[in-house]
Design a protein around this ligand. Structure first.
Ligand code: HGY
Ligand code: MN
Ligand code: MN
Ligand code: MN
Length: 403
């Protein structure tokens, strides 16, 4: 049995760190003092749960319970998007700690060691590069990726050094002892709500490619430059963004988002000379992502040519879609049935560290119903009742797997 009061208290206390009082949004970005405070709190929770706590080369926070060469890993993340909610990532880490804490109190010793991981920088908010910690653990992180910079020009590698971390040699970071990886996470969509179910079993995870597009025109005087001869980078970018939306509206399942835009020089009476914008493009089918990516870039180039501006594109990150392991899905379904709930399977539109871990271990994910499907927003909400049911199910699966 889990300690419900303790879990809900932990969730509440962690949500205070990085909380914007005015909006209720949470801002916890990697390698910042706010994140450090969160890591310190989670470290205490891990220690209280009977775990030995370590930090790996890239800053993944790892709590270990029990012994053995083989590992059952439970993970998620404690960083957030700008103005994020209190459940995305944090719930998975805290529920995993609660599972171990309950086993520890009841003196249930696993036959394999259990590790709870708070992965470093899942969201990619600060550097435009996400899933950092799980990339490293899966042996996928490259030196080049560590050169991604934040808005102040600080690279991931430099930020790591500031926190006394050294990621090299990268290849040594790969893990091959993980026999099962489980992640509990809020759904961030409306499927479970529509089904009237508190939890669901994830069958696969759609993966994003992140692109950065730069449109270059000519900055000129807003009053003195006639309309027909302008090379306005922002009107060109606007047409491009709408073209992406139109294309994706005609495509089933795949989604694309332009969420970040920088206009230069950003003056009221200056024609924009340069615009950079992000594209987040996702589907469960990798081939579909690649073919949509090609079509998008072709369409953007046509718009650029017609508007006499130049176009440059850069891939910031590409993740592979992942399938959940059949046996782990079955185990979660059994634990769900024990609670008298109908097991229900769904895909994840959102990305998770599990995508990377799928490269080196079987993965399973348990989703918790999200109110109105809202996430990446301060209004993100999952009820205490659903959290308790989900964590009880998660506990049962972990105990079964670690026998
Ligand atoms: O962007 C995502 O899908 C995740 O929330 N990091
Ligand atoms: Mn998220
Ligand atoms: Mn998340
Ligand atoms: Mn003037």
């Amino acid at each position: 049995m889990i300690n419900v009061g303790r879990l809900l208290q932990h969730l509440q206390d962690l949500s205070q760190i990085g909380c914007n009082e005015a909006t209720g949004g949470i801002n916890r970005f990697s390698f910042t003092p706010v994140e450090k405070q969160a890591i310190e709190l989670v470290t205490i929770y891990m220690e209280q749960a009977g775990m030995k706590v370590t930090v790996d080369a890239v800053g993944n926070l790892i709590g270990t319970y029990g012994e053995g060469d083989e590992t059952i890993m439970l993970g998620s993340h404690i960083d957030t998007v700008p103005e994020g909610g209190k459940y995305d990532g944090a719930l998975g880490v805290l529920a995993a700690i609660e599972v171990v804490n309950s086993m520890y109190e009841q003196q249930i010793l696993p036959s394999k060691k259990i590790q709870v991981v708070a992965f470093k920088d899942e969201e990619g908010t600060r550097f435009g590069f996400g899933l950092l910690g799980s990339s490293a653990m899966a042996g996928l992180l490259t030196e080049e990726q560590l050169q991604h910079t934040d808005e102040a020009g600080i690279s991931i590698e430099e930020a790591m050094k500031e926190f006394q971390l050294s990621p090299y040699p990268l290849v040594n970071a790969q893990r091959n002892d993980i026999k099962a990886y489980l992640e509990m996470h809020i759904e961030q969509g409306k499927v479970l709500e529509n089904e009237g179910l508190p939890v669901g079993v994830v069958t696969g995870i759609a993966a994003p490619v992140w692109l950065e597009i730069t449109v270059t025109g000519v900055s000129e005087h807003a009053g003195a430059t006639p309309m027909p001869i302008r090379q306005d980078a922002l009107t060109a970018a606007s047409e491009m963004i709408l073209a992406i939306e139109r294309l994706l509206n005609d495509t089933t399942d795949a989604v694309a988002t332009v969420g970040k835009l920088t206009v230069s020089p950003n003056g009221t009476n200056v024609i924009p000379g340069k615009v950079t914008f992000s594209i987040d493009l996702r589907d469960i089918d990798e081939q579909k992502v690649r073919s949509l990516e090609t079509t998008i870039l072709q369409q953007l180039q046509q718009i650029a040519d017609r508007r006499n501006v130049t176009l440059a594109s850069k891939i910031l990150q590409r993740i592979k879609p992942a399938k959940a392991d059949e046996k782990l899905q079955q185990q979660l379904a059994i634990s769900i049935e024990k609670q008298g709930i109908r097991p229900y399977s769904l895909i994840s539109g959102a990305g998770h560290d599990a995508m990377n871990i799928a490269e080196i271990a079987p993965i399973g994910m348990l989703f918790v119903r999200s109110k109105d499907g809202i996430s990446h927003n301060p209004l993100e909400f999952s009820s205490d009742e659903d959290i308790i049911i989900a964590t009880t199910i998660f506990y049962d699966s972990v105990v079964e797997l670690s026998k």
